[in-house]
Design a protein. Structure first.
Length: 162
């Protein structure tokens, strides 16, 4: 939990622990799935890491206007959703004991669906549009590494990106 707090704190997102069996505020799916309200990500000890990262990446990938009104439903279009999935895999590599291989398995087990049949196949062979979208919005660099900043106003890359 501590490493997740530090990782997501780099984006200005606070991770709030909900008591065991407590209802998770802002959870779109209910049960143990993570929730979003404003700049808070709500999780319980039984919240799957893929859920926490997915919701966090929605926060990172949405524009400032939607972020300001955020409560439960992150919204977004298909290409943004692809960017969210791609970024959550990248961020999994930043968490000790998680990594992209576990994230692929967890995403498949939860029921994420991709044209090529698995999260790994999509990520490795069919996600160029997601990578391009993340780069255009200043969320990853040309080498595919996180830039540690939020999407801005949706008007494209800021001048401080290469």
């Amino acid at each position: 939990m501590e490493t997740l707090m530090v990782l997501l704190g780099r984006y200005g997102l606070s991770v709030e622990r909900v008591p065991s069996q407590g209802e998770i505020p802002g959870s779109y799916w209910g049960d143990s799935e993570a929730g979003l309200v404003g700049d808070g990500l709500f999780v319980r000890d039984d919240t799957p890491v893929h859920s926490a990262l997915h919701e966090a990446c929605h926060y990172i990938c949405m524009d400032a206007g939607r972020r300001a009104r955020l409560h439960t439903d992150a919204g977004g279009d298909c290409i943004e959703e692809n960017g969210v999935c791609y970024l959550q895999i990248l961020l999994a590599d930043e968490l000790p004991g998680v990594g992209r291989l576990r994230m692929f398995v967890d995403m498949d087990a939860w029921g994420y669906s991709f044209r090529l049949g698995s999260a790994r196949a999509w990520f490795e062979r069919d996600a160029e549009d997601a990578r391009q979208w993340l780069w255009q919005n200043g969320l990853i660099d040309l080498d595919g590494r996180p830039c540690w900043r939020l999407r801005r106003d949706g008007s494209g890359r800021s001048k401080d990106h290469r």
